[in-house]
Design a protein around this ligand. Structure first.
Ligand code: G3H
Ligand code: 13P
Ligand code: ZN
Length: 306
């Protein structure tokens, strides 16, 4: 199958109340591992590369690998995650990405609107979908009072105006998640009430960034083999389920893959002290990523939707 644009897949997901997994990929092992999960579960998949991934692996290498991945029976989207650099976004659009994010969330409102509109204009010429963002990704515990929450998290009325003014295809919102493995100090719920309000006013597929759960068993495996991640905390499964009921149609996962990969490597190195073939050391780590990706697909309800 050729690479799919994100828009129709995400509209369908929002309508039917499931979410498409958007997995960050940086190398062949991660890419093949998440693809194995999506093919097994017959789930559409978004393979996303951050600007950091592009600096690490090179855009051409990533594109070549993702094009090969698309020769499969499931819809595959090639997406640029957190695009901030306009020339890089333009290059991605012209090089075959089928979806790009413009992340103007740290810009003043008017500048975010103007730059997002610019990207939408370029993208339309190439039938590429555009994700935009409004609101700051700050974990709930950093937002101690109502005022702080309102200042950082997505304002529903502003989101509605932003979606209308920019004509973006999907909208990333802030409801209390944060990137990385240290999202909260304890168990914390997301601002689902805010999401409900946004969802009533914005009829677009909504995107949840910073959605990793920091899975307890994977964390325990990493720590057993020497990782020091004591205060790592992720998003609760029940909040993901609630979020999907209220318009979240794309869920971004990077940290859970990183944890699985590195926990698997730590275990393989410890268990096979005589092995020097990287392929043997990386194989169990790749299997662990596939296992984690299958769990995500089942939680997001995207299995058998391909
Ligand atoms: O949003 C952040 C993603 O996890 C990508 O991270 O910029 O380190 O590749 P990265
Ligand atoms: P996590 O760090 O929670 O995996 O979030 C990833 C993300 O939002 C990528 O854009
Ligand atoms: Zn993100």
């Amino acid at each position: 199958m050729p690479l799919s644009p994100a828009k129709p897949l995400l509209i369908e997901a929002r309508k039917k109340k499931y979410a498409i997994p958007a997995f960050n990929v940086n190398n062949l092992e991660i890419l093949k591992a998440v693809m194995a999960a999506a093919v097994k579960e017959k789930s559409p998949i978004i393979l996303q590369t951050s600007e950091g991934a592009i600096h690490y692996a090179g855009m051409e290498y990533l594109i070549a690998m993702i094009r090969v991945a698309a020769n499969s029976p499931i819809p595959v989207v090639m997406h640029l995650d957190h695009g901030k650099d306009l020339p890089l976004i333009k290059r991605a659009i012209e090089s075959g990405y089928t979806s790009v994010m413009f992340d103007g969330s740290s810009l003043p409102y008017d500048e975010n609107v103007a730059k997002t509109k610019h990207v939408v204009e370029w993208a339309r010429k190439h039938a590429v979908s555009v994700e935009a963002e409004i609101g700051a990704l700050k974990g709930m515990e950093d937002l101690v009072d109502v005022k702080a929450k309102d200042a950082a998290l997505t304002n529903p009325d502003e989101a509605a105006r932003f979606a209308q003014e920019t004509d973006c295809d999907s909208l990333a919102i802030a409801i209390g998640t944060a990137h990385g493995a240290f999202k909260f100090k304890g168990k914390t719920h997301l601002d689902i009430e805010r999401l409900e309000k946004i969802s009533k006013l914005v009829d677009l597929p909504l995107v949840l960034h910073g959605a990793s759960g920091v899975l307890e068993d994977v964390l325990a495996l990493a720590e057993h083999h020497g990782a020091k991640l004591g205060k790592a905390r992720g998003v609760l499964d029940e909040d993901i389920t609630e979020a999907i009921k209220h318009g979240i149609a794309k869920i971004n996962i990077d940290t859970d893959l990183r944890l699985a990969f590195t926990a698997g490597i730590r275990e393989a190195v410890a268990d096979m002290p005589k092995v020097i073939d990287p392929r043997e050391l990386l194989a169990p780590a790749s299997h662990l990523i596939t296992e984690v990706a299958v769990r995500k697909i089942k939680m997001f309800g995207s299995m058998n939707r391909a």
